[in-house]
Design a protein around this ligand. Structure first.
Ligand code: AMP
Length: 217
């Protein structure tokens, strides 16, 4: 069955973590535009250089760039049975483009799940988040610490704080979320595709709610 699921929610709602789990459970890939852009930067490509300053400021890169990344993935065999979209779409323009590029392939979004997390919790989660620069696994200094403080469990590499997880940048990303992305809640509700899940609580509990909302238990 073709499952094309969008995870909506503020930065740090846990979309990345839950998208990975959901993708593994459903046997379809997680498509994170944030990860793709960070990979482009790590590779030193022209695209990476073009988006670096915008990302570090906590602002959104242009719709054209992320839509092209997703369009490319949807043309590949790996997304044949579906995908979990994580951090995309983030504007109504992107949502419209996604609908069109899927329609051109005879496909459509099957569900959009909002992971509801209040702003104060968003700030707490993002400021404690740490990431492995090699494998992009994320940890939290209090909520999900690595086995050895400051070191990736898998790579053994020193963890970093994403430049856009610094306190002043978190607020910029939260503002962008409320201004540009929150309208997508209404967009998908009007299409009858929206499901809401409480995103606060233990990772396993949130995953259970998410899977139940998608009938994937
Ligand atoms: P994320 O890992 O999803 O928080 O994304 C990190 C950063 O990448 C964002 O703050 C934006 O600068 C950029 N980005 C990722 N996805 C998108 C998107 N769909 N639209 C615009 N910018 C994006």
């Amino acid at each position: 069955m073709d499952q094309l699921v969008i995870l909506l929610g503020p930065p740090g709602a846990g979309k990345g973590t839950q998208a990975k789990r959901l993708a593994a459970k459903l046997g379809i890939p997680q498509l994170s535009t944030g990860d793709m852009l960070r990979e482009a930067r790590a590779a030193g490509s022209d695209l990476g250089k073009q988006v670096a300053a915008i990302m570090d400021a906590g602002k959104l890169v242009s719709d054209d760039i992320v839509v092209a990344l997703i369009d490319d993935k949807m043309g590949r065999d790996v997304t044949r049975d579906g995908a979990i979209f994580d951090g995309f779409p983030r504007t109504e323009g992107q949502a419209g483009s996604l609908d069109r590029l899927l329609a051109a392939r005879g496909r459509k979004v099957t569900a959009a799940v909002l992971m509801d997390v209040p702003d104060a919790e968003v700030v707490r989660r993002n400021s404690g988040r740490r990431m492995c620069p090699i494998c992009q696994r994320t940890y939290h200094v209090d909520l999900a610490p690595p086995k050895t403080a400051g070191v990736c469990d898998v790579e053994g590499h020193e963890l970093i704080q994403r430049p856009d997880d610094r306190p002043e940048k978190i607020q910029a990303r939260l503002d962008a979320y409320h201004r540009d992305t929150a309208p997508l809640i209404g967009y998908y509700a009007r299409k009858g595709l929206l499901r809401r899940v409480d995103g606060v609580g233990a990772q396993d509990d949130v995953f259970g709610r998410l899977a139940a909302a998608l009938g994937a238990t």
